[in-house]
Write a new protein. Structure first.
Length: 155
């Protein structure tokens, strides 16, 4: 019997932070036909606070990668809160990862792997890895180190 995405997540032993509320005029998610669009998410912690800092200054690339994983968990929380289960997702189509970093920082893909590896763990290599961009930004909202948006195909 095939293990479901929800079961694979539970087996990881990770917890979901609270799903964030919009801080501006936008929807955190939108369903269009068989696609789920998630707006940019930040690294919300279990207590509802944000991870703050700049990669290459306040934190190193490994701390940035953990922040990206936390963004992935925040995105999963939005999915579970609004769709009921991670089993609603067929596959990851696209991830856009933005790293708030110093101008000389160059390991953007490494940082965003924190989210991509989480998605692969939940939906498997075939459905959990989509196309991706990982770019550096001079600043991100509320001084977060990572913001990620994604497109998923629904079951």
């Amino acid at each position: 019997m095939k293990t479901s995405a929800q079961d694979r997540f539970l087996n990881l032993g990770l917890s979901l932070p609270p799903a964030p509320k919009p801080l501006g005029i936008y929807k955190p998610y939108l369903i269009d036909g068989k696609y789920l669009y998630l707006s940019g998410h930040g690294p919300v912690q279990d207590d509802g606070t944000l991870i703050i800092g700049r990669v290459g200054d306040d934190m190193d690339k490994d701390q940035g990668k953990l922040a990206a994983r936390q963004v992935g968990l925040t995105m999963l929380s939005t999915i579970v809160t609004n769709l009921g289960s991670l089993n609603s997702i067929k596959r990851v189509i696209k991830v856009l990862g933005m790293v708030g970093c110093t101008p000389d920082f160059g390991s953007h893909p490494y940082v965003i792997n924190g989210c991509s590896e989480l998605f692969e763990s939940v939906w498997g290599a075939e459905n959990g890895i989509g196309v991706r961009s990982a770019v550096g930004m001079g600043s991100l909202p509320d001084h977060i180190p990572v913001e990620i948006e994604a497109l998923f195909e629904l079951v």
